[in-house]
Design a protein around this ligand. Sequence first.
Ligand SMILES: Nc1nc2c(CCNCC3CCCC3)c3[nH]c(NCCc4ccccc4)nc3cc2c(=O)[nH]1
Length: 375
Amino acid sequence: MAQPIRFELLRRDGHSQARRGRLTTPHGVIETPVFMPVGTQATVKTMAPWELKEIGAGIILSNTYHLHLRPGEQLIDRAGGLHGFMNWDGAVLTDSGGFQVFSLADLRKITDDGVSFRSHLDGSSHSFTPESVMAIENALGADIIMAFDECPPYPATRAYVETSLRRTVDWAQRCKASHQRPEEQGLFGIVQGGEFLDLRKEAALRLIDLDFPGYAIGGLSVGEPKPLMYDILAYTTPWLPVDKPRYLMGVGSPDDLFEGVERGVDMFDCVLPTRIARNGTVLTSEGKRVMKNARYSDDFLPLDPDCDCRVCKTFSRAYIRHLIKADEVLGIRLTSYHNVYFMLDLMKRIRQSIEADRFLGYKQEFYERYGYNEK
Ligand SMILES: Nc1nc2c(CCNCC3CCCC3)c3[nH]c(NCCc4ccccc4)nc3cc2c(=O)[nH]1
């Protein structure tokens, strides 16, 4: 059976769990570790596909929950799937919607069969089951599709997490059984288990038995303390196959990327860069900058003097502050473009540091410059 997703492990760091890899998909080759910009409603907010292409984005995310509610997967299927609808010829990954049901929808009810909920848009009633979610993701046509899972809240009792984990594994098996296009779309399993390490191990081993082309680590970045997230991650990744990609869902900020790579993660996604851009906050090598701050009113330097992006080569902090203050749409286009470029460029530098056997050195160097005080 032809596999649509193939992962090659190119190099393992000798001083950490960091890995350099290559993910081959039907829509291009993705170098890992990789940051995947989030395009919830079939667009990375404010950015055109040609801009994503020019800054080197190889894969973007979209979402079953949002697209099912609006415009509906049938329309997108008729448009040629997400690739045709968005006219994006790079790779696409769709999340399965479970997480969004719990973070967005109203009146959710979860049973062993699936989840019923009311749309956050118009209150209409819907239900997701592993089978119905696979049908939606098959229609959207992403290259990588996520199994339908439940992401338990944090904190949650061990009893709740245990029940939820077994449901998620059962749902993963049902997703695999009902996946209509296994030769074109790689289905990833999602490891749950909350903060309970023995449950994380059980989840990993039971998903491995189902033999997926890749494995996501879910249930993290849901309000738990960062040290706990890192410890759960460090415990979980070694149980996963070394020759398959590991995807840490919903993570993260620049420091989270370093900590995740160090603990064996290959793929990341986060709304942070595009979300903070929309309130005028930009990521730079010297930390975050809140562009509305008066200190930038007559600062004619680029957002980040170290950045080679078109925004940093064309505009000043003073001009971008003016646009944000004046609520000019160009303002958030420029901050979004720069923030996504920053994350992609950071991952490129991380990949190069692993190749040069100096990942931990580069991490130290980045942390010293980035600092953690807002500027
Ligand atoms: N299926 C599934 N998805 C998860 C997600 C969504 C990942 N992004 C999906 C994209 C597809 C489209 C929408 C997003 C998560 N996101 C987070 N944290 C985000 C925390 C955060 C929130 C806001 C700003 C910054 C960080 N934890 C997550 C856990 C899971 C999980 O277990 N299962």
